[in-house]
Design a protein around this ligand. Structure first.
Ligand code: IMP
Length: 429
């Protein structure tokens, strides 16, 4: 197998960074195809913790090519800071470790202002965005008003496009958000400077990817967020602004669907969500607080406490179907030690009817009553388990219940944050 897609099956924060980092050891190329610095992938290597927001997780391997593909939205100031911080820690020492698509869209200062301003106006009805300007940047892409990474290398084009965007944005900034308008000249100057600094990385990445796949290189596509945050298939409107599902690998990186061979979904052993929106299995009690504390469930990007709850297989099965999962990576099993019984949600009750689908309407999602299957927990810590047989019987039963109820094989079980704390059961990558 030479291509593998990794996607989140819940509301993000499933531990994708660790899984991608682990499998990256076997990859020649790692590609991010959607989202931006709203993501935060936590990598832990030899006791050192590194969080990357924009740069693909393969950056810690010096010989791996990392690609920020066309489907992403890129904040150049964040990217440059991330590069510098990695370099200070002895990583990312060669420019050729990273390529950025000239077609990716740029997050501009007005996108961040609009993201914050809108959330403030929405008050209680806010989405709970990460405030990074992601939504407004994707809006401009769709309205043909966006600035693309390649434009940062073209002073004439950048100047004209920024001026035309600011004609509209400054009206909003001044009259709706009551803030000082942005000066087009200053914005252009700042972004041309970013363009110069990023120039060694900018290229047409679709060609590079086409050639690498044709040569038989092993390519890993790293999803960000989770399927329930997908703009079409998630819990709209409490979602992010891009398609998160595996199908978007093709649009977001310019790789044909016929080249995608395997798709793994990352499932956390319980559920979490940051931001607003329905969450049927939420534990708004001491147990939820305990899971948050043991699992360190605080946003890698915003530091916000994550809401915690039981594993929801209605949600996971929605993701199994939408992504066509060929395997599951099950994470954070160690966090569940000491909780018994454990509950797994297998269906919802809505207006007296049992359903096994995620309702489209967020109001309905807030009203569903989860139906659970109870399974026995275990008391043994799992952090030192290195093979499947090392896991206590009840932990293996938990894994096998998930396999049985999803119809997808659990190829990897993660029992802690480090690379070594991973039990790889099956991998053809
Ligand atoms: P945005 O992507 O900043 O527009 O935020 C939209 C929603 O997606 C909010 O509920 C965020 O908390 C959520 N979100 C965005 N990125 C992530 C992520 O990487 N993990 C978890 N939630 C995320």
């Amino acid at each position: 197998m030479s291509t593998l897609v990794i996607v989140g099956t819940q509301w993000g924060d499933e531990g994708k960074g660790k899984i991608v980092d682990l499998l990256t050891g076997r990859a020649d190329v790692v590609v991010r195809f959607q989202g931006g610095n709203n993501a935060g992938h936590t990598l832990k290597v030899s006791g050192e913790q590194i969080i990357v927001h924009l740069i693909p997780s393969g950056i810690l391997y010096p010989d791996t090519l990392n690609i920020i593909a066309n489907g992403m939205v890129v904040d150049p100031s964040v990217l440059l800071k991330e590069k510098e911080s990695l370099q200070q820690r002895g990583h990312f020492l060669k420019d050729k470790q990273l390529l950025i698509s000239d077609r990716a869209h740029v997050i501009m200062p007005y996108h961040r202002i609009i993201d914050h301003g809108r959330e403030e106006f929405l008050g209680k009805a806010k989405i709970g965005t990460t405030g990074r300007g992601i939504g407004p940047a994707y809006e401009d892409k769709a309205s043909r008003m966006g600035i693309r990474v390649g434009d940062l290398l073209r002073p004439d084009i950048l100047d004209q496009r920024v001026r035309s965007a600011l004609d509209e944005k400054n009206f909003l900034i001044e009259h709706r958000f009551k803030l000082a308008p942005l000066d087009p000249g200053q914005v252009v100057e700042e972004y041309l400077d970013y363009g110069q600094k990023l120039a060694p990385h900018i290229t047409d990445t679709t060609h590079v990817l086409y050639n690498r796949i044709s040569e038989g290189s092993r390519v890993l596509f790293e999803g960000a967020q989770g399927t329930l945050l997908d703009i079409d298939h998630g819990t709209y409107p409490y979602v992010t602004s891009s398609n998160v599902v595996a199908g978007n690998v093709c649009c977001g990186s310019g790789v044909s669907p016929t080249k995608i061979e395997n798709i793994w979904g990352v499932v956390k052993g319980y559920s979490t969500r940051v931001g607003q929106g329905g969450f049927p299995t939420e534990l708004d009690n001491d147990l939820g607080e305990e899971i948050r504390r043991i699992g360190g469930e605080y946003g890698a990007t915003t530091g916000r406490p994550r809401r915690c709850g039981w594993l929801d297989l209605v949600v996971v099965n929605h993701s199994v179907r939408l992504n066509g999962l060929t395997g599951i990576a099950l994470t954070k099993m160690d966090v569940l030690t000491g909780i018994s019984p454990l509950k797994i949600c297998t269906s919802y009750e809505l207006d007296g009817q049992l359903i096994d689908r995620v309702p489209a309407n967020t109001k309905d999602l807030e009203r569903v009553v989860p139906r659970y299957r109870e399974v026995k927990g275990w008391d043994e810590p799992l952090g030192l388990c290195r093979s499947y047989e090392d896991l206590p019987k009840n932990a293996r039963d938990y894994v096998e219940t998930i396999e049985h109820l999803t119809g997808v094989s659990v190829n990897l079980v993660s029992v802690g944050p480090s690379r070594e704390q991973s039990i790889l059961r099956k991998s053809s990558f």
